[in-house]
Design a protein around this ligand. Structure first.
Ligand code: AMP
Length: 190
């Protein structure tokens, strides 16, 4: 079993790369952002709760996010492994994920960070916002707030996974194919 965390700031390419990796390694892709957006589209209570946070570029509260993530893992009992995309984003989420996986005899194989500088990420997000319809991608103030959330709450996870010898960085600048190839070279060596 292989369980990967794709790590990186908004716009780093986590979702794009997860789409390739899930096919190649036959993994279940769980994106907490996609799950929230699905709930918003369907007008669920969870979607209504998450919406105000997402609209501002703030993180949704931990317990809500953790409950949703655990339910999604539980919906896939036959999975050969998972790609977690956009989760965990806080130390509390990371600790809970470790404990939750341990109850199932599972653990994180590796956390792979896609690295790119903020200016490139902002231009990617604004470009994506033109076609995705995502309001959080269309406004530079919201984008900067998402980076701020990342710096304050998510960046510490690098140390968290380094302490477990599970943290790897990949250059996230280049063509989609180049970045996929960097990722698969790394994953094949795990
Ligand atoms: P993403 O699609 O990963 O960029 O996430 C979009 C938004 O969903 C974020 O800005 C947060 O508001 C929310 N979100 C996604 N994943 C999480 C998470 N693990 N913890 C808290 N909020 C999240």
């Amino acid at each position: 079993m292989i369980n990967l965390i794709l790590f990186g700031k908004p716009g780093a390419g986590k979702g794009t790369q997860a789409a390739f990796l899930k096919e190649k390694y036959r993994l279940v892709h769980i994106s907490t952002g996609d799950l929230f957006r699905y709930n918003i589209q369907n007008g669920t209570d969870l979607g209504n709760l998450a919406k105000s946070y997402m609209d501002n570029g703030d993180l949704v509260p931990d317990q809500v996010t953790i409950d949703m993530l655990e339910a999604e893992v539980d919906r896939n009992p036959d999975a050969k492994g998972f790609i977690f995309d956009g989760f965990p984003r806080t130390e509390s989420q990371a600790e809970t994920l470790d404990r939750f996986l341990a109850t199932k005899g599972m653990d994180i194989t590796a956390t792979v960070a896609l690295e790119a500088d903020d200016d490139l990420l902002i231009s990617r997000l604004l470009e994506r916002g033109k076609s995705s319809g995502r309001t959080d991608d269309q406004d530079e103030v919201k984008i900067r707030n998402r980076f701020e959330e990342y710096n304050q709450k998510t960046a510490v996870l690098k140390t968290f996974y380094q302490a477990q010898n599970k943290f790897h960085s990949v250059n996230g600048i280049g063509t989609i194919e180049e970045i996929t190839s960097r990722l698969t070279q790394l994953i094949d060596r795990l």
